[in-house]
Ligand binder design. Structure first.
Ligand code: AMP
Ligand code: GLY
Length: 440
């Protein structure tokens, strides 16, 4: 038996001690869902947020996500059996590689696989190589090259900064002038040296967008229900883009057959192309899709869960979640229990700070009378505790209220009723999340 196979045979079925890295709403939901799994004894969250101390079975660690040495030490000190990395930045910086080198199982790709999100050029080239449907594109590493490509097309193209730009590196230009301005801005260094060094120009595609998540061990995958995000700040999908103001799942836009098509056309070929490059991708592949008249087209890949899609999906997932994530981390998904997915609908509404996504108000006390129950959750995102245990707002997206029911009308009614029980100065939210699936 090969050494790897022996290790596999003795691998734990489910992790007892888990470290979740990150401090957003996504990580709050991940920690909550993992702590609910029966074998899990304790979940540590670094750095977590103001909601971490209130999570049953969770302990907060004051270690930043960029502190690789600190996180490694915390794994050793606490006998961590699985690390789940929430955000893209530590993955792109190689946290997965550092921990795996010390034989700690990590749910999250190494720096190589994280390029799927960290470099638009790299991801586009991989998609093209794999035959994955995606908009036509022109890479450019200088302003002159970008402008020449734009002028040769003679029509506005989508302009994307190449590196991690926290969701702010994309301009869907309506005019050539707007596209030129976006190009100038990128090469003017607006997104920092990493993100500003190059870009891709893309053909504009049209259609509704949906997020699909594949949990993978590099060979096999488990698909989660498709989710629909709401990126714009304003009701009626107006105003500037945000990280996401609410979500729902399962999105009826993609039925079982549609999801299967996405597996075959997008996810399987992408995994195969990663393997062909020698990359063992262990974590989640987030495919941001546009459903065009010609079928699904990949808008972007991310190497992490979506936020707020993660908050929306976690309550639907069964108690096998910890075992499934560990199996992804150790390349043993074929031996993992099947992940139970609740048949109901999940609805999530984000409460943001005044001013979001621009300059935000912070430091306001959060008052809540919401009592979470089986079908209602309150996840914290941009919050922190002051010295006395009061929760204060500290970020753009502050809270996520999530509810489940048999139908979307009931789920959203429940989520909005929950939101009514939460207050902070300047609270900002959309009342029309899920308008696509709610009765008017
Ligand atoms: P991204 O940061 O890649 O998710 O892009 C942000 C948003 O820009 C997406 O959610 C889409 O709404 C839009 N977008 C990105 N690429 C395209 C494209 N090729 N055609 C039309 N819209 C796009
Ligand atoms: N909700 C979109 C994202 O996480 O990128």
């Amino acid at each position: 038996m090969a050494p790897e196979a022996i290790a596999t045979a003795t691998t734990l079925q489910a992790p007892r001690r888990i470290l979740v890295v990150g401090g957003g709403g996504r990580e709050n939901a991940l920690a909550w869902a993992l702590a609910r799994c029966p074998e899990v004894e304790q979940v540590w969250v670094a750095p977590g947020n103001g909601g971490t101390p209130a999570l049953a079975g969770c302990t907060q660690l004051a270690i930043e996500e960029a502190d690789q040495a600190g996180l490694l030490a915390a794994c050793r000190d606490n006998g961590i059996e699985l690390v789940v990395v929430g955000p893209e930045a530590p993955l792109a910086a190689g946290l997965g590689d550092v921990l795996r080198a010390e034989a700690i199982p990590v749910f999250g790709p190494g720096a190589d696989g994280a390029q799927l999100e960290a470099s638009k050029q790299w991801a586009k080239a991989l998609m093209q190589e794999a035959g994955v449907p995606t908009a036509g594109y022109w890479p450019a590493s200088s302003e002159a090259e970008a402008l020449a490509a734009l002028e040769s097309q003679g029509r506005p193209l989508v302009v994307k900064a190449d590196g991690l730009a926290a969701g702010k590196g994309v301009t869907v230009a309506e005019t050539l002038e707007e596209a030129r301005a976006a190009i100038a801005e990128i090469f003017g260094g607006r997104f920092g040296s990493g993100a500003g060094a190059s870009l891709v120009l893309e053909e504009r595609t049209h259609g509704p967008e949906v997020s699909v998540f594949a949990l993978t061990d590099g060979e096999r995958m488990v698909l989660l229900p498709p989710a629909q995000d709401h990126k714009r700040i304003g009701e009626g999908d107006t105003g500037p883009n945000t990280g996401g103001m609410g979500a729902y799942a399962p999105a009826p836009l993609l039925d079982a057959q549609g999801l299967e098509q996405v597996r075959q056309l997008v996810l399987e070929p992408t995994l195969a192309a990663l393997r062909a490059r020698g990359i063992t991708y262990r974590g989640v592949i987030y495919a941001g899709l546009m459903l065009t008249d010609a079928g699904p087209s990949v808008i972007e890949f991310n190497c992490r869960f979506g936020d707020p899609e993660c908050e929306t999906l976690m309550p639907l997932l069964g108690p096998e979640l910890a075992a499934v994530l560990l199996a992804c981390a150790t390349g043993t998904l074929d031996q993992a229990p099947a992940l139970t997915i609740a048949p109901g609908c999940s609805a999530c509404v984000i409460a943001a700070a005044q001013g979001y996504p621009g300059e935000i108000r912070r430091g306001d006390a959060i008052r809540s009378t919401l009592e979470p129950h089986d079908q209602l959750q309150l996840f914290h995102a941009g919050t922190r505790q002051d010295g006395e245990g009061t929760c204060l707002t500290s970020g753009g997206r502050v809270l996520a209220v999530v509810a489940q029911a048999d139908d979307f009308d009931t789920a959203f009614a429940r989520a909005y009723a929950g939101l009514d029980q939460v207050h902070f100065e300047g609270i900002t939210f959309r009342r029309d999340i899920g308008h696509q699936v709610r009765r008017p």
